[in-house]
Design a protein around this ligand. Structure first.
Ligand SMILES: O=c1ccn([C@@H]2O[C@H](COP(=O)(O)O)[C@@H](O)[C@H]2O)c(=O)[nH]1
Length: 239
């Protein structure tokens, strides 16, 4: 049985590869993430296909530009019917508010459900060394907290952050704020390029709303078995 706290990242480059994963995982997975690799290669048909299959969709294109450009981008994406859309928290308060207003207005105009917006905080591939390498002044955790509060004040629904920051975001932003965490690595999986990682159960215990997991499932020898083990671990931490 699916648990909609699990979002599987479809980081592949063709519709055929996407369909193969969705087919293989069947009813065990109800929520998928379409990111840059798949969207840039196969376009909006990917979202339509997943919707037709009855799946929820997280469209993770990480919009980052001036407020007007991001707002118009969000308007265009609202038409596709994704449940979650990402924008960059580092776009700042004015951009975040413009995006939140645009999603609401576009959904009203189109008569569709408003997509929830998530602000990217500090990518899970950063560690302290690479973070200070780009001039990060605050410790990563403080920067994440700051961006989460900025997003909340701007009317954004939640954030994408590492599971290591889930607890501090929950404490700062309250129970209704969405915390979506990539950087999830079950004990059977390798870290790849992810640096700030935690297991599924630890992320949920610390307050994550949803977990994004890609390669530990899609590159596993047996993706169905990988999902089964992850769902079993998640089951132990009730919503
Ligand atoms: O900070 C971030 C923001 C987004 N991601 C995305 O999540 C998945 C993670 O995939 P894995 O294969 O489980 O590492 C991927 O699509 C990223 O673009 C992230 O990892 N970190």
């Amino acid at each position: 049985m699916a648990d909609d706290r699990l979002i599987v990242a479809l980081d592949v480059s063709t519709m055929e590869q996407m369909k193969d994963i969705v087919d293989t995982l069947g009813d065990a997975v109800s929520f998928y993430k379409v990111g840059m690799e798949l969207f840039y290669a196969a376009g909006e048909d990917t979202v339509a296909y997943l919707r037709d299959c009855g799946k929820s969709v997280f469209l993770d294109l990480k919009l980052h530009d001036i407020p007007n450009t991001v707002a118009q981008g969000v308007k265009s994406l609202t038409r596709l019917g994704a449940n979650l859309i990402t924008i960059h928290g580092q776009g700042g308060a004015v951009m975040l508010k413009a995006a939140a207003d645009a999603a609401r207005e576009a959904a009203e105009e189109l008569g569709v459900e408003r997509p929830k917006l998530l602000a990217i905080t500090v990518l899970t591939s950063f560690d302290d060394t690479t973070w200070s390498g780009i001039g990060g002044q605050l410790p990563i955790a403080d920067q994440v907290r700051r961006l989460a509060l900025l997003a909340k004040d701007a009317g954004v629904d939640g954030v994408v952050a590492s599971p290591l920051e889930a607890k501090l975001i929950r404490e700062a932003c309250g129970d209704d704020f969405l915390i979506v965490t990539p950087g999830i690595r079950p004990t059977f999986a390798v870290a790849n390029d992810q640096k700030r990682i935690a297991t599924p159960s630890s992320a949920l215990r610390d307050g994550a709303s949803r977990l994004v997991i890609g390669r530990p499932i899609t590159k596993a020898d047996n993706p169905r078995e990988a999902v089964r083990m992850i769902l079993e671990e998640m089951e132990a931490v009730k919503p």
